[in-house]
Ligand binder design. Structure first.
Ligand SMILES: NC(=O)C1=CN([C@@H]2O[C@H](COP(=O)(O)OP(=O)(O)OC[C@H]3O[C@@H](n4cnc5c(N)ncnc54)[C@H](OP(=O)(O)O)[C@@H]3O)[C@@H](O)[C@H]2O)C=CC1
Ligand SMILES: O=C1O[C@H](COP(=O)(O)O)[C@@H](O)[C@H](O)[C@H]1O
Length: 484
């Protein structure tokens, strides 16, 4: 891997402490970092190098999946320097430029520069302009930009932001993070069929009844009401993570694909996704907001009682929808998606339900249930096949589960995989502009209707599976959400 400078905007922030420092540490421990790397942390706070290093050490102790070992820790921390920086002040960029160049000379490394913008979305354009105008991004070596979500807040703002970034960086220099694409199980989806030809037979589309994608959380809005009360589940989870999971699931191709082939396939899937219009929205979409309830035996407040949430907020904390991909592989097979906060269980999973063979009532009498392929992404990683086996008395069938589980403390986290990929310039598991744009395009009519309160907002008790209406969505088609 090339030696480089890693410039971290937002080095004093929450994401840096919880995800970025632990990810860098684990990469270091595994020998997956460049031999020489200068990490320059930025923020307005008046930290010194040693203050930043002690903040990083505390962050590792709190958040690293690996225990922090004294051996090597000093060497790791020594890579970090701190530069006081205010993104809104032009003079900050000249100072930063000199700072980066001095460290490059000191370490004798080429001017390859990776800029990670872990700051509020409102600062992204300003920083990109500043990098350009100061010449920081006019280096002779390579340059790359990593940007956090949210990427815009609707189709117009996303296009506008992208236009700005493209004035300074080319598409293959922009790494838009969607941390669901960094989840190890999601990364394995693309190669699963290629490596396991038996799945090719199993995933014969003629045999698939429907696909269900769930990302349920037990947490509430927490301390992020200022952002979340504007964003809602639709912008926070659906436009990015859920639609990326739809693309990755529908990426049916038994051959090994290159990054550009994956990108083209994913784009094709988004282009084939039937639009939800004002006219068919109510029959295909369920929007919800949590009421007070219980999570793991503890009483929790309603969304409207959470700190920072407007008392009359009509924001969605739950979203479910029926989707149709109108292409050769998936036509006629519904994809149901749902996500919600304060639900019964933390689980991100894909369930493929297979068609049953025979008369429905007779199958039911025999105890035969649909076969399922369950891909659990989070918090555990596993693949389960649900099959029917005759019980001891040989009279009735009972469901049995064959599970391949991959629970391991050494399993890398999403941010480790994504940082490693960006350091190597591999953009396979980043959100490409066309996908992002098409996702916003699909979501935009929903945003417009939500804005006008054009769709009912159903309440659901915290600790439940979401509003009843989300069950009706499947019942109408003769299906049900699977919980195994
Ligand atoms: N936290 C999370 O779990 C997640 C966060 N994200 C995204 O990551 C980004 C960062 O989030 P998070 O770390 O939580 O935010 P925080 O508010 O915790 O941190 C913001 C950072 O930006 C810096 N900053 C603010 N204003 C300026 C400025 N004018 N000039 C220079 N630096 C500035 C702050 O440093 P200082 O105060 O020292 O100036 C701080 O380091 C956001 O885009 C967020 O949406 C995405 C997914 C999850
Ligand atoms: O991006 C986000 O994701 C988290 C859920 O991520 P997970 O890895 O725990 O499944 C969500 O809580 C947050 O609201 C959202 O911004």
């Amino acid at each position: 891997m090339d030696n480089m400078t890693f410039v971290l905007f937002g080095a004093t922030g929450d994401l840096a402490k919880r995800k970025i420092y632990p990810a860098l540490y684990n990469l270091y421990r595994e020998g997956r970092m460049p031999e020489k790397i200068s990490v320059v942390g930025l923020g307005r706070r008046e930290y010194t190098d040693s203050k930043l290093q002690s903040v990083i050490k505390e962050a590792l102790e709190s958040f690293s999946r690996r225990e922090v070992e004294p051996s090597g820790l000093e060497e790791f921390l020594e890579k970090f320097r701190y530069c006081i920086f205010d993104a809104t002040k032009p003079e900050s960029y000249d100072k930063l430029h000199q700072f980066i160049k001095d460290r490059e000379s000191e370490l004798d490394i080429p001017d390859n520069r990776l800029f990670y913008l872990s700051v509020a979305p409102t600062l992204i354009k300003t920083i990109t302009e500043g990098l350009h105008e100061s010449g920081i991004s006019s280096n002779a070596g390579w340059k790359r930009l990593m940007v956090e979500k949210p990427f815009g807040s609707d189709l117009v703002t996303a296009r506008d932001l992208n236009k700005k970034l493209k004035e300074v960086f080319t598409e293959d220099e922009i790494f838009r993070i969607d941390h669901y694409l960094g989840k190890p199980m999601v990364q394995k989806l693309e190669s699963l069929v290629h490596a396991n030809p038996m799945l090719k037979a199993l995933l014969d589309h003629d045999q698939i009844s429907n696909v269900q994608i769930t990302a349920s959380e037990t947490v509430g809005v927490g301390t992020r009401a200022a952002y979340y009360d504007q964003a809602g589940a639709i912008r926070d989870m659906v436009q990015n993570h859920l639609l990326q999971l739809v693309m990755m699931t529908a990426l049916y191709n038994p051959d090994k694909m290159s990054t550009s082939e994956i990108e083209a396939e994913k784009r094709g899937i988004m282009e084939s996704l039937k639009p939800i219009t004002k006219e068919n929205m109510e029959e295909n979409v369920v929007r919800g907001q949590y009421a007070a309830g219980q999570i793991e035996g503890q009483a929790v407040p309603a969304y409207l009682e959470e700190a920072g949430v407007a008392e009359d907020s009509n924001n969605d904390t739950f979203f479910a929808a029926r989707l149709e991909i109108d292409n050769e592989n998936w036509r006629g097979i519904p994809f149901y998606i749902r996500t919600g906060k304060r639900m019964k269980k933390k689980s991100t999973r894909i369930v493929v339900e297979f068609k049953c063979d025979g008369d429905e009532e007779a199958l039911k009498d025999d105890g035969i249930e649909p076969n399922l392929l369950i891909i659990e992404i989070n918090p555990n990683e596993s693949m389960t096949l649900k099959i029917n086996i005759k019980n001891q008395s040989e009279e009735k069938f009972e469901p049995e589960y064959i599970t391949f589980s991959n629970v391991s403390a050494t399993q890398p986290e999403a941010y480790e995989l994504l940082l490693h990929d960006a350091m190597q310039g591999n953009e396979t598991f980043f959100a490409h502009w066309k996908e992002v744009e098409l996702s916003w395009k699909w979501v935009q009519p929903l945003l417009d209707e939500f804005e006008k309160d054009g769709l009912p907002l159903y309440k659901y008790p915290a600790g439940s599976d979401g509003p009843e209406e989300a069950h009706h969505l499947l019942k109408e088609d003769g299906h049900q959400w699977w919980y195994v």
